[in-house]
Design a protein around this ligand. Structure first.
Ligand code: ADP
Length: 404
């Protein structure tokens, strides 16, 4: 059975077509710069690359282009759309409603629409992808895998803000957490590498990409995570501030910043970019810091310091910790940052093998010393495989699988 995995954002749609249950990638690609004059599809199949440059107006059009390409006589990998038995979608916000991946029906769609209020940049393109599949592949089953679902097991003591309780009741203001598909995937991989069952691991998982979040996983389930009501909370990220004293925003409001400007400031102009003043990309910052750029160095230092604080906090929250896992573009590649983050964590039982760490780039490996009480792993993010597996499982049974 072929399963198509779709990750639709506001300006790009990524796709992977799998042969299941072998998890064999038949083709994958991305449509980028959606809505701009020069949109581009990059399609990878049978070791070859195919590129299409033309204006793609919206996510629906991007989906049409992807499906046409998959079915194309020359560059396609299917003969007929009927070969695609199911489509799995990454959906960012499932509110409190979805604690696992689900088969999509009109009721689920209504909830995704409702939660667009909480994720206005993400749920609408996710929905546009679902609608496009309904139009073009009416017989394919569709599955929604929520970024929030893995965090549904976080207890109330960790998800409530110390705000008036009515705000939770009236507006759903609470911590939801994100990157759940990734945290779940790497926690389960770590358990598997350690020869344990998926519910037999306590871990701190660090997803460090453009967005960054840290999760405390107890017995295979999320019990706390650094992102909150929105992905803005937690550690500093490429352009997001992470945790702040909210009074800073009131103070800036008094100085003339309006809500739009404050949103822009915290989401787009802060984090590594804001501190360094030059880049949100760790590769550039490491290079510039090496050339003596002190603000690039400061950005790296703050980033590592704040991640270390979260790891320490989560070690306190978990009774015992079996593993710390690094994933995401930074977690998988940035050797020196991993070292800096782990320095001083021996107190909690983490001992990095510095030589091994230096050799591990974009591959799965253990990077702790033999005698480290807490194992440290690098595990490449693979949300699409997690979605393909959930989709395949769900289309074979009517009951939703529990993915907490
Ligand atoms: P996304 O969260 O959008 O999926 P990624 O997980 O791909 O993003 O992470 C992108 C970030 O990873 C980049 O902004 C960059 O900071 C970092 N990165 C990617 N490759 C490297 C590398 N070789 N060395 C250091 N950092 C890297």
């Amino acid at each position: 059975m072929k399963v198509l995995v779709i990750n639709a954002g506001s300006s790009s749609v990524k796709y992977h077509l799998y042969n299941m249950p072998q998890v064999e990638v038949l083709a994958h690609g991305v449509v980028e710069r959606i809505g701009e004059e020069r949109s581009e599809l990059s399609h990878f199949f049978n070791g070859k690359t195919h590129t299409v440059k033309k204006k793609v107006g919206d996510v629906g059009k991007a989906m049409e282009l992807i499906l046409e390409t998959l079915d194309d006589r020359d560059v396609g990998v299917i003969q007929d759309f009927s070969e695609i038995g199911a489509v799995g979608h990454r959906v960012v916000h499932g509110g409190e409603e979805f604690t696992y991946s689900v088969n999509i029906d009109e009721k689920v769609i209504a909830y995704i629409e409702k939660f667009a209020d909480l994720a206005p940049l993400h749920n609408p393109p996710n929905l546009a992808g679902i609608r496009a599949v309904q139009r073009r592949l009416p017989d394919a089953k569709q599955v929604a895998c929520f970024d929030t679902a893995f965090h549904a097991t976080i207890p109330k003591v960790a998800y409530m803000y110390a705000l008036p309780y009515e705000l939770y009741e009236k507006y759903g203001i609470r911590r939801y957490g994100f990157h759940g598909i990734s945290h779940r995937y790497v926690a389960r991989r770590a358990a598997s590498i350690m020869g344990r069952g998926k519910y037999n691991i306590n871990a701190v998982t660090c997803h460090l990409g453009n967005g960054c979040s840290i999760t405390a996983v107890k017995q295979g389930r999320s019990i706390d995570t650094s992102m909150g009501f929105t992905p803005l909370e937690g550690v500093p990220m490429g352009t997001r501030s992470g945790d702040l004293d909210p009074s800073i925003l009131f103070y800036l409001g008094d100085k003339g910043y309006d809500v739009k400007a404050l949103k822009e400031l915290c989401n787009k102009k802060s984090g590594l970019l804001g501190i360094s003043g030059v880049s949100n990309d760790v590769r550039n910052l490491v290079e510039l810091a090496g050339q003596g750029n002190s603000r690039a160095q400061l950005a790296i230092d703050i980033f590592c310091y704040r991640i270390k604080k979260y790891i320490g906090t989560y070690c306190a929250v978990l009774d015992t910790v079996d593993a710390v896992v690094f994933t995401g573009g930074i977690g998988e590649n940035a050797v020196f940052l991993r070292q800096q983050i782990c320095t001083g964590l021996n107190q909690v039982g983490v001992r990095l093998d510095e030589e091994t760490n230096k050799k591990v780039v974009a591959k799965e490996a253990e990077i702790s010393t033999k005698d480290s009480r807490v194992k440290v792993f690098v595990i490449p993010a693979n949300e699409q495989v997690a979605i393909a597996n959930d989709t395949y499982e769900l289309t074979r049974c009517e009951q939703p699988i529990v993915s907490e």
